[in-house]
Design a protein around this ligand. Structure first.
Ligand code: SF4
Length: 340
């Protein structure tokens, strides 16, 4: 794998040869690219680079794209290939003939911040990270072992593209080794990925951020989010009608779960209606008369966008608690797992 900057001077690297190979294999003459928000200002340069690498005509898809779960099936009738930048393939979805996932690798040595994190680690260490750092995983594990730590990683389930990788909705790469570790070391930027692990596991979590050179825990953020979730559940307890959101995105669609929730909520003497959607937004929530909503789509919509919603928006387990089917003690951070 030969990695090159996605645009000149960028710290994000991409495997352009793999894109060329994908395009050649499909004899692609027309390509659409999907870019994460932060790279959209470079859309014209990236489109130019993809065109140079493939010889194809390249267009940009302006729809939001938050993860590999979000496969732009609306484009498949118009182009020969879609290149989604910034995410690794989600093997559980299966082969998608017109898709190529072009992960973006951060060109930033994480070992200095891992060294800063050493005093906070104890016992056996489970290493987790994001797609942007997976190319350094072997070096991180070797470094920890040289420093005297037993370092463990796990493959996790088949929604994950790499060993030790976390998604905001899938923590199996951590949870499958939880019993064997004393501390989790997360290497990556932001709260989005590690906060789910902080809520799912009672093991100590140390978050090391290579871009900001900081080491911290997420205890106070976890407690704040827990309070918000309890407020949402309590508000939904008096709801008489629920809209159960079923997303059409391939990697977020949990049809069996949505059907089960509709049936369960009805059994609890409330009304429940399935709502098909492609995008969950504050407008969708406020335009309908349901008292509360349950999202079977990306679990992070209810949690991360809490302040944007005027009505209770619950995850599936929270809805079951709100209508009295499960006790508060059964609360758990919602994940989308391969078998759902
Ligand atoms: S479902 Fe949400 S958290 Fe999971 S990959 Fe998609 S956007 Fe990310």
């Amino acid at each position: 794998m030969v990695l090159q900057p996605v645009v000149q001077g960028s710290r994000f690297l991409v495997d352009f040869d793999a894109i060329t190979l994908s395009a050649n294999r499909r004899k692609a003459r027309k390509i659409a690219i999907q870019l994460p928000e932060g790279l959209r200002i470079f859309a014209s340069e990236i489109a130019h680079n993809v065109s140079l690498a493939t010889g194809a005509e390249v267009a940009v898809d302006s729809e939001p794209c938050f993860g590999a779960c979000d496969v732009p099936t609306h484009l498949f009738g118009h182009v020969d290939l879609v290149v989604q930048f910034g995410h690794t393939e989600m093997p559980s979805i299966g082969a998608i003939p017109k898709m190529h996932f072009a992960n973006l690798y951060l060109d930033l040595d994480p070992l200095p911040v891992v060294e800063m994190a050493l005093p906070y680690l104890s016992g056996r260490v489970g290493v987790v990270t994001t797609a942007q750092h997976v190319h350094f995983l072997d070096r991180i594990v070797s470094f920890l072992r040289v420093k005297g730590f037993e370092a463990l990683t796990s493959r996790g389930d088949i929604r994950l593209g790499n060993y030790a990788q976390l998604l905001g909705c899938d923590y199996t790469s951590a949870l499958w080794i939880e019993k064997e570790v004393d501390t989790f070391l997360y290497i990556g930027e932001g709260d989005f990925h590690p906060i789910g692990l902080a809520m799912l596991s009672d093991r100590k979590l140390v978050a090391a951020n290579p871009s900001e050179m900081t080491v911290r825990t997420l205890d106070s953020l976890r407690d704040r989010i827990m309070k918000q979730r309890l407020v949402s559940i309590e508000r939904a307890m008096s709801a008489r009608s629920f809209g159960v959101l079923l997303n059409s995105k391939l990697g977020q669609r949990r049809k069996m779960l949505a059907d089960r929730l509709v049936a369960e909520i009805k059994q609890a003497n409330r009304s429940a209606t399935l709502v098909h959607t492609n995008v969950v937004s504050p407008e969708l929530i406020s335009n309908y008369s349901f008292d509360a909503f349950v999202s079977t789509a990306c679990p992070r919509i209810a949690i991360d966008d809490y302040h944007r919603y005027t009505k209770p928006l619950l995850t599936p387990i929270e809805a079951e608690i709100a209508v009295g089917l499960k006790p508060f003690s059964s609360f758990r951070f919602d994940q989308i797992l391969a078998e759902q």
